[in-house]
Design a protein. Structure first.
Ligand code: TYD
Length: 211
């Protein structure tokens, strides 16, 4: 008999899409249904991952695109080993606030790091821990950036950068329509949440039948 494995869901999108709100609401909803849910954010969530996150977001000095990419991948490898894998059979749903696609979108499409290299590194870091569903919250940077009020290394990037990241995400979704679902984020929180719940419930049921 195959063992029960948690459904892995990742949330993606540029800043200001309302990702955190949607994550929180989905978790509350799933928990109310009696499901065991874990949430992890990237970069971070493991001890080493949080340290790496600090360097990435607030470190002094300039990181080369290569170093930046490697740090995200290092944090991801730790997250998989320390958090995702040990929870695979303990939880019903694992929610990841950003994951493999973020590096392709930000460092690949955004900065221009070789995407084949990122794909290979992603595969080495996560192995079979690929999301069952990825929810891509999509909004024009003009709207998204106006909403988000952060001030760190990543928020300081240009408007053009976020245009590239967004286009990258949309291209990834086009290449993998079964896994990556686009959720328009220029609508209400409730409408977005309804779509998200529909997609997650379908995937959960599908997963249950296949287990
Ligand atoms: P975070 O505070 O988690 O932002 P958000 O709430 O928007 O997810 O900061 C993470 C930043 O790191 C965000 O700007 C996206 C960026 N990032 C990458 O550039 N590459 C990656 O692989 C990941 C996971 C995040």
């Amino acid at each position: 008999m195959t063992k029960k494995r948690a459904l892995i869901i990742s949330f993606e999108g540029i800043e200001g899409t309302g990702k955190s709100t949607q994550c929180r609401r989905l978790i509350r909803y799933l928990k109310k249904k009696g499901l065991r849910v874990a949430i992890m954010r990237e970069p971070g969530s493991s001890h080493m991952g949080e340290e790496i996150r600090h360097i990435l977001l607030h470190g002094k000095g300039k990181l080369t695109p290569f170093s930046e990419t490697m740090l995200f991948l290092a944090a991801r490898g730790q997250l998989c080993a320390e958090k995702i894998r040990p929870n695979l059979e303990k939880k019903d749903v694992i929610i990841l606030d950003r994951y493999i696609d973020a590096t392709l979108a930000y460092q690949g499409y955004g900065i221009g790091v070789d995407r084949r290299l990122i794909k290979q590194l992603n595969m080495s870091a996560v192995g079979d821990l690929v999301p069952d569903v990825t929810l891509l919250l999509d909004v024009a940077p003009k709207i998204g950036l106006a909403r988000s009020g952060r001030n760190d290394r990543f928020e300081k990037r240009t408007f053009l950068f976020f245009e590239k990241v967004r286009r990258g995400y949309l291209e990834l979704a086009k290449a993998e329509p079964k896994r990556i679902k686009i959720i328009p984020a220029d609508t209400t929180i409730e409408t977005m949440q309804e779509r998200i719940r529909g997609i997650v419930e379908q995937a959960y049921e599908r997963g249950r039948k296949n287990r």
